[in-house]
Design a protein around this ligand. Sequence first.
Ligand SMILES: Cc1ncc(COP(=O)(O)O)c(C=O)c1O
Length: 360
Amino acid sequence: MKAIRRLSVMTLSSRFFLKGISQNVALYKLGHSPMSGRSSMRGYYAIKYPVLEGHAHVRVVDLRTDAVKKPGPAVLRAMGAAAGSGEVHVTELQKIAADMCGMEDALLVPTATMGNLIAVMVHCSERGDEMIVGDLSHLHMYEQGGSAQVAGVHTTTATTLPDGTFDLEQLESRIRLGYPLTYYCRTRLICLENTHNTQGGRVMPLSFLQDVRALADRYGLSVHMDGARVVNAAVAQGVPLSTILQHTHSVTISLCKVLGSPVGAILAGPRDFITRAKRCCRVLGGSMVKAGVLAAAGKVSLQHSIMMGRLEQDHRNAKIFAQGKVINFVSGNLTNQVAAMVFLFMLLLCCVLSTSRARL
Ligand SMILES: Cc1ncc(COP(=O)(O)O)c(C=O)c1O
């Protein structure tokens, strides 16, 4: 039962943008078994994936995480064509991203972690400034406290609710009003995560975003969204990205997860914010001289994933899994969720055994 539960965490971890089992699915040779070491979503980065050698006659659908997604042919073609060319692709990507976000400007950065850190550095420009983040947010849990280590920014947490939001009264109570009394930090920033990673890919309601922004405006604070997968939120809510991001001052979007680029993230915001972000990016070592190839991939990611309905397809597949109808894909008759879990578990077990024997 424990094993089945673990499998259900893996298959239904449901960032709702896991690759599905259609032609879009990342198919991997067995050899990256996700079975070891993962006891909960919280242990996400502690997972150890044993590499099994040998040739299995089986191909598995890899549903661990969108981070294992490989660039598709369109991305690879664009990168090949861009080889040797430089700034023009970067400028174009940044313009496309800014327009999609409804922001004045955007910056290509190597990772979403760096994008978040830069946003914190720019919004909290004085050492000892404070930001409010969710206690289960990626920024708080998985980015090594970079805002404290590197930027000298103090963090206070609000409780992350199961849907990824905060209780607004609690959020307001976290804002420090004592500044400039020398005892106090100065609250400068509220960080949101949408979709929410550890809460299973939950999408923030637009009304919540509106309320947070109203609160921030009342106290003169900025709102940054860790939107590594905010494009999924837009697809799930059936709205343009800009409808979500109108409630934030800045956003980080990962290009290399659901969007299928090999590397990169976008940081978008007002023009003066991006001007200052470029300085922070440089000092962190994130200014990439020959980023044209990556930017060319990023352009395809942004334009194709949404426009060609690829993400809608991912969402449809993820919903089928989440509703326990996966077995229908396979046999067309059973619909029981437990049966589906057992089936998937057995399938995975067979794959592991088959590969282990091939190794021997
Ligand atoms: C919500 C969220 N923010 C940020 C990141 C960090 O992304 P990167 O690996 O590009 O630094 C992740 C990674 O999974 C994430 O889920």
